[in-house]
Design a protein around this ligand. Structure first.
Ligand SMILES: [Zn+2]
Length: 312
C-alpha cells in the first residue's frame, strides 16, 4: 500500500514540476514574443516628423514619416478618424495631413500607425499636443436683412450649410494633390481666418476662411489637382465652388461672379475655376477662400505656409 502511495506522490510531484516548468517556459516564450513585438513595433516607424510639432485650434500639421521595409502600413488614425496618406515614389517617405477645428477642446490627440509585420499586427501611437488660440474680434455693420433672416431665407441658409458640411466631411482614401499648393489668386489677405465676428453687435460664427482682395472678375485658380464636388448658389457665400483634393482635404471659393467648372469635373493645379465677384452676403468684391481638413475648417494661410509653392 505504502509503496503505491509513494509512487503516486512521486508521480504527482513529477506532474507538478513538469507543470511548473511548462508554465515557466510558456511565460518566458510569451515575455520574449511580447518584447519582440514591442521592439518590432517601434522599429516599424523609422522616422516621425510632424511640422509643426504641435497643433493649435484651427491649425494643420504635415506629418512626414518613414516605414521599415519589412513593415506594411495598413492604416493611420488621428483621434477617431482614419487619415489617408501617400508615399513619395523616390524618397519612399510618407506624408499625411492632420488638423483640428476652432472648437477643438482636447489638449492632445494620438496619431496611431497600424502595421503588419511577418503576419502580426502592430500599432505605434504618438501624441500631438493641441494648444488654444485666441483669435481677434471684428465688429461689422451690415444691412438688417443680412442678419435677421425670414423663415424661408433661414431654411435656405441652413440647407446651404448642410450641403457644404456633407460634402466636406467625406474622407476619400485617394489623394489628388501633388507637390506644392499655389495661391488661388496672388493678393493681400483682407481678413484672416478665425476672426470672431460681430454683425451689428451680435456674435456670429468665427470667420471660416480668409478673404483675399480681388476686383470683380479676377480669374481664380485651383491651388492643386482635385475633383469639383460642389457648385452651388448659396445665400450667404453666393456662387460657391468646392474642390476635393483627396485625403479629406477640400478648398472652397465663395462670392464668385462666374463659375467655369462643373460638379464632377477633375481640375488641374492652376486651372481657372471661376472669377471673383460679390455674390451672396458681402460688402464688396473679394474672394473668400476656405480650407476643410478631416471635416474641420482650418486656416488656408497655414496650408500655404506648410505646403505652399510659389514656383509651380
Ligand atoms: Zn470670408
Amino acid at each position: 500500500m505504502h509503496g503505491k502511495i509513494k509512487k503516486e506522490r512521486r508521480g504527482h510531484m513529477k506532474m507538478i514540476t513538469a507543470f511548473k516548468k511548462g508554465f515557466l517556459l510558456g511565460f518566458i516564450l510569451l515575455w520574449t514574443s511580447l518584447s519582440l513585438a514591442f521592439a518590432g513595433n517601434e522599429q516599424c516607424l523609422v522616422s516621425f516628423k510632424p511640422e509643426p510639432s504641435s497643433l493649435f485650434q484651427g491649425g494643420i500639421a504635415k506629418i512626414e514619416f518613414k516605414v521599415a521595409n519589412d513593415c506594411l502600413l495598413k492604416r493611420i488614425s488621428f483621434g477617431q478618424k482614419t487619415v489617408p496618406f501617400k508615399q513619395d515614389e523616390k524618397t519612399k517617405e510618407f506624408v499625411a495631413l492632420v488638423g483640428v477645428g476652432l472648437k477643438e477642446k482636447e489638449k492632445k490627440k494620438p496619431i496611431t500607425f497600424y502595421f503588419l509585420k511577418n503576419g502580426t499586427h502592430f500599432k505605434v501611437s504618438k501624441d500631438i499636443p493641441i494648444k488654444k488660440k485666441q483669435y481677434k474680434a471684428e465688429y461689422l455693420k451690415v444691412k438688417k436683412k443680412m442678419v435677421s433672416f425670414s423663415k424661408n431665407t433661414l431654411k435656405r441658409v441652413l440647407d446651404d450649410q448642410k450641403a457644404l458640411r456633407e460634402v466636406c466631411s467625406k474622407i476619400r482614401p485617394v489623394i489628388y494633390w501633388q507637390g506644392g499648393f499655389i495661391w488661388p489668386i496672388k493678393s493681400k489677405i483682407l481678413s484672416p481666418f478665425g476672426l470672431r465676428r460681430y454683425f451689428n453687435g451680435q456674435p456670429r460664427s468665427p470667420h471660416s476662411g480668409i478673404d483675399l482682395r480681388a476686383k470683380e472678375n479676377t480669374p481664380i485658380k485651383s491651388p492643386n489637382h482635385g475633383l469639383v464636388v460642389l457648385v452651388r448658389n448659396c445665400y450667404l457665400s453666393g456662387n460657391t465652388v468646392v474642390i476635393d483634393h483627396g485625403g479629406g482635404l477640400y478648398t472652397l471659393y465663395a462670392h464668385l461672379s462666374k463659375v467655369k467648372v462643373k460638379q464632377g469635373q477633375m481640375v488641374d493645379k492652376g486651372q481657372i475655376i471661376g472669377f471673383s465677384g460679390s455674390t451672396g452676403r458681402i460688402t464688396g468684391p473679394h474672394l473668400h477662400w476656405g480650407v476643410s481638413l478631416l471635416g474641420q475648417r482650418v486656416d488656408p494661410a497655414m496650408l500655404m505656409q506648410l505646403l505652399g509653392d510659389d514656383t509651380v
